[in-house]
Ligand binder design. Structure first.
Ligand code: GDP
Length: 332
């Protein structure tokens, strides 16, 4: 691959080049990792998109929402990229056929780019390749990058950590179900969208929305929110109702964050966070890929399991040896 040419094609908005570059960042082969890294460096970071994370359980209407939200955005002249984070095996409706019919109209829109999730790998890999795919989409000049997650395990938190706005899509529910929404997620989200506010479900959706709004008001005010946020709004993805109003809310929140400098601060904090995550993941990867260290790790684990060593002492012993072997000093 010629890095400079590929970078130029991506920046010119060539979709095939973008798709190929995403495949490259998804690869775990060391040679591909190096090329991916060079490509990302060549692309630079001068272009920024609005990164919107979207989470919700299977069946809540994420694809339907992305389709109508995406169409509304391209309708007002925005270019939209959609990335899915979770391995497709975790989707309930995740049959290949199901995925093919998802976002049918949007996928044919020349101003939209949809990338389904690859179907393997662990979170560490998922988080990195998603961040790199976001960077590629930004370099390709998209205005909005939507990152969809089904919120299984840690992927929801990871997506929140790479988004400028984090949306939670929920279904109309009875009062008791309110407790079921994880508090941590309520605390990370910027907006709750109660979907399916149409037909017979509409009154229930409006009640649910009011319940969530009440719950959000009870939460401690966060420094990165203007008055009235996080907010709960009712939408119908199917009938495309409330979608433009939800976008207006997103814009007013984004404008406020840009004006106050909070937008930049959040991106800086996120970059720091991911740097530390990469260091942690890289170290762990080294640990488990070196045969001698792996043996030693197994031995120490056994010592801990049988009570011969305490967990902290065994970990200290291993770490001291690693630093000695690598010629690093422990700093004291
Ligand atoms: P996902 O699994 O979260 O991506 O959910 P889908 O978008 O596939 O939607 C699941 C089901 O809910 C489908 O049968 C949709 O037609 C339906 N659905 C999605 N949005 C709405 C909505 O706004 N109103 C109603 N009534 N049904 C909806």
């Amino acid at each position: 691959m010629d890095i400079a040419t590929t970078a130029q094609h991506i920046r010119d908005g060539n979709r095939r080049a973008l798709a190929r570059a995403i495949t490259l960042v998804e690869s775990t082969k060391p040679a591909d990792r190096t090329t991916a890294s060079d490509l990302l460096a060549a692309l630079g970071t001068d272009r920024q998109a609005l990164r919107i994370g979207l989470s919700g359980t299977p069946g809540v209407g994420k694809s339907t929402f992305i389709e109508s939200f995406g169409k509304m955005l391209t309708g007002i002249g925005k270019r939209v990229a959609v990335l899915a984070v979770d391995p497709s095996s975790t989707r309930s409706g995740g049959s290949i056929l199901g995925d093919k019919t998802r976002m049918d109209l949007l996928s044919r829109d020349p101003n939209a780019f949809i990338r389904p999730s690859p179907s393997q790998s662990q979170l560490g890999g998922v988080a990195r390749r998603t961040r790199e795919a976001i960077a590629l989409c930004e370099a390709a000049g998209f205005d909005v990058v939507l990152i969809e997650t089904v919120g299984v395990g840690q992927s929801e938190t990871a997506v929140a950590e790479m988004s400028d706005l984090f949306l939670l899509l929920l279904a109309p529910a009875g009062g008791d179900e309110l407790q079921g929404v994880k508090r941590g997620i309520m605390e990370t989200c910027d907006m709750i969208l109660v979907n399916k506010a149409d037909g017979d479900l509409k009154p229930q959706a409006i009640r649910t929305c009011a319940d969530y709004a009440g719950a959000l008001r009870l939460m401690r005010k966060r420094p990165h929110d203007p008055e009235g946020f996080p907010k709960a709004v009712a939408v119908s993805a199917l009938q495309e109702d409330g979608i433009a109003a939800a976008w207006d809310e997103m814009c007013s929140l984004t404008d406020w964050r840009r004006d106050t400098g909070i937008w930049d601060t959040r991106r800086t904090t996120q970059a720091r966070f991911w740097f530390h995550e990469e260091v942690r993941a890289g170290l762990l990867n080294r640990l488990t890929s070196d045969a001698a260290i792996k043996d030693q790790l197994a031995q120490l684990e056994e010592d801990v399991a049988t009570g011969k060593s305490r967990p902290s002492a065994a970990a200290d012993a291993l770490i001291s040896q690693l630093f000695a072997a690598g010629g690093l000093t422990s700093g004291d």
